[in-house]
Design a protein around this ligand. Structure first.
Ligand code: SF4
Ligand code: SF4
Length: 91
C-alpha cells in the first residue's frame, strides 16, 4: 500500500541504455521509493509508488516509462524486488 492506502496502477520501468545517471528522477520522487545504482534508478519500495509519473516526466533522456498493471498481473512485492535487484556495491 502507498501512503494513500491504494495500490498504484502503474510503475516506472527503466531503459538502462538511455539512462545517464543524472539522478533527477530520484530527486523528484515524492515518496523516495526510487534508489540509484550504477545501472540507474530502481524501485526499491514499489508499494510506496504513487504512480504520479513525475520520475518519467522529469527524465531528460526519456529513460523511464510508466508500465500499467492489473490485479490479475500484480507487481512484485518489496522483498521480491529487493532480492532480484543486483547489489550495486558488490559488483
Ligand atoms: S511514479 Fe511517482 S511515486 Fe512512483 S517512483 Fe515515480 S516519482 Fe516516485
Ligand atoms: S532522470 Fe532519467 S537519465 Fe536521470 S537517472 Fe533518472 S532515469 Fe536516468
Amino acid at each position: 500500500m502507498n501512503p494513500l492506502g491504494m495500490v498504484a496502477g502503474a510503475l516506472p520501468v527503466l531503459d538502462p541504455w538511455r539512462c545517464n545517471l543524472c539522478g533527477w528522477c530520484i530527486a523528484i520522487c515524492p515518496t523516495e521509493c526510487l534508489q540509484i545504482s550504477r545501472l540507474g534508478p530502481w524501485l526499491a519500495r514499489p508499494l510506496d509508488c504513487l504512480a504520479c509519473a513525475a520520475c518519467a516526466q522529469v527524465c531528460p533522456e526519456k529513460a523511464l516509462h510508466m508500465d500499467e498493471f492489473t490485479v490479475e498481473d500484480p507487481p512484485p512485492s518489496d522483498s521480491q524486488t529487493s532480492q532480484e535487484h543486483p547489489d550495486p556495491i558488490a559488483h
